[in-house]
Design a protein around this ligand. Structure first.
Ligand code: AP5
Length: 220
């Protein structure tokens, strides 16, 4: 049974007549989802939501913070029932505060959905226009990036090679199959091994036509 964490059952407020328009950043740990999302969020008309960052911002002493620490420190996924509710609650708060403007912004989701079950539940709330699959074929490069980050940021899941290996395995087993949930023409592979500028250039080649179709001129 789910532990009591104080998160509500309320799901996100949506535009009255449609679901949130969303693009997904999907890729293995260290593939650069957070880096690219962090660049995109500075462009008017994109709202970047990182599930990992949202979970890391929870007070570690709170009931939900303890659940989060328990799973992430082992490189495991936090159970869907916590993640989906917390995602919904946090996104709702951003929409209420007005930093996420559902009618003007394209939602860039990084780190969610991460299981097929999450993807299915979220179908009711988001209209996935594109999936950017960030691919880094050289595992050594991803390891090196995560190791370097471990020195800079205090991430429990980067500190131990065993935990990184576990995250990579969980990605292959639970998250990569999420790609099959979307029609092939919605998924674009982007090579994530070049400079961040080159990677974002490739992403924008795919996303800017989508933005053009929806941009209302009132974002930002
Ligand atoms: P999360 O934070 O999403 O971790 P992750 O998927 O393992 O991804 P990372 O943050 O490690 O990597 P990234 O792809 O964002 O790469 P980054 O840009 O930082 O989630 C953490 C944990 O939370 C999960 O393990 C799970 O337990 C839990 N969780 C989260 N979402 C969940 C969900 N939906 N369901 C269940 N559990 C969930 O880059 C890495 C490093 O590389 C950085 O130092 C960066 O500077 C560097 N770098 C990036 N790009 C380049 C480049 N082009 N060139 C050189 N260096 C680069």
């Amino acid at each position: 049974m789910a532990r009591s964490t104080g998160i509500s059952d309320r799901l996100p407020k949506q535009p009255a007549d449609h679901r949130y328009r969303a693009v997904l950043l999907l890729g293995a740990p260290g593939s650069g989802k957070g880096t690219q999302g962090g660049i995109l969020k500075n462009i008017p008309g994109f709202f970047h939501f990182s599930m990992g960052d949202a979970l890391r911002n929870i007070d570690i002493h709170s009931p939900l913070g303890k659940v989060f620490y328990d799973y992430t420190s082992r490189g495991e996924l936090v159970p869907d029932e916590y993640v989906i509710k917390f995602w919904a609650m946090t996104l709702d708060a951003h929409a209420t505060l007005g930093d996420f403007k559902p009618l003007a912004d394209l939602l860039v989701l990084d780190g969610i959905p991460r299981t097929l079950n999450q993807a299915k539940i979220m179908e009711k709330y988001i209209d996935v226009l594109k999936v950017i699959h960030l691919v880094c074929r050289d595992e050594k490069v991803m390891f090196e990036r995560l190791r370097r980050r471990a020195l800079k940021e205090n991430r429990v899941d980067d500190a131990d090679e065993k935990v990184i290996r576990r995250r990579l395995k969980v990605y292959e087993e639970s998250t990569k199959p999420v790609l099959d949930n979307y029609p092939g023409d919605k998924v674009t592979e982007v090579e994530s091994q070049g400079s961040p500028a080159r990677v974002v250039f490739d992403i924008l080649k795919v996303l800017s036509p989508i933005q053009d179709q929806h941009y209302t001129g009132v974002a930002g």
